[in-house]
Design a protein around this ligand. Sequence first.
Ligand code: COA
Length: 259
Amino acid sequence: MADQVVVVDIQGRVATVTINRPDKLNALNAQVRHDFVAALEDLARNEAVRVVIVTGSGDKAFVAGADIKEFAGRTGYDQFRVTKSFGIFEAPERCPKPVIAAVNGFALGGGCELAMACDVRIASHTAKLGQPEINLGILPGGGGTQRLPRLVGLGTAYKLLYTGELVGAEEALRIGLVDEVVPHERLMTRVQELAGQMAEKSPAALQFIKEAVRASVRMPLDEGVRLETALFGLAFSTHDKEEGVHAFLEKRKADFKGT
Ligand code: COA
């Protein structure tokens, strides 16, 4: 495990993907980007896995950003290719399962962007989040200028992006950057509890929800509602819908198979 920069642990229906460079605060270097995307692609295909958790190794950081060491001397075209070739910030969105970020410490720059690219963010009370790229004379390059305003609104996004100021977990909760804050020592228990809850649902319905909600930030309302109507119809073609309805009528727990 020590030499793997991305560690995948599958327990039942829940996979935990841990970015594992604790001595560099889990900064995203080329190897992490490559292995993280490969891990999420594998998990997307693994039908036994229904929910994915993303977290960082150690007690201090989720991810402290892109590996700044790799920035020195890098040309514009090199950077363009790095961003395009790995697609780390698109990987959680492409995965057709719920992806929960367990934000266990610093989530800065690319770390904040990675957390924002996940579906749900649960933070330790010790977490600190922000986009400090402005301090390096650059701007976020992993979707931060797009996802941050969608979560927190334009004014707060401008304030954080222009100043590079970090926010603590409670402030992040207040502005909508994270969805729940828990004591540090309870973080993984709480995230696993949530993941377990989701893992009992129909994987097909979860996938349709993800598709529809992701579309909501791209589509005008009427088109989004039309997509929802189509997906709602599609859900009626699954065995899981029959199972869910019959389980309710028979007053028993549904056993969803994802078919
Ligand atoms: N890229 C590369 N290395 C990083 C890093 C990053 N984004 N963030 C932290 N590290 C490395 C440090 O260089 C240090 O390595 P070293 O021991 O070989 O010197 C190690 O991780 C520990 O970090 P350190 O700075 O000593 O910890 P700290 O507790 O004093 O400070 C932070 C923590 C998060 C405030 C500080 O590391 C920091 O500002 N990191 C950069 C954050 C950033 O700008 N991210 C956006 C990048 S676009």
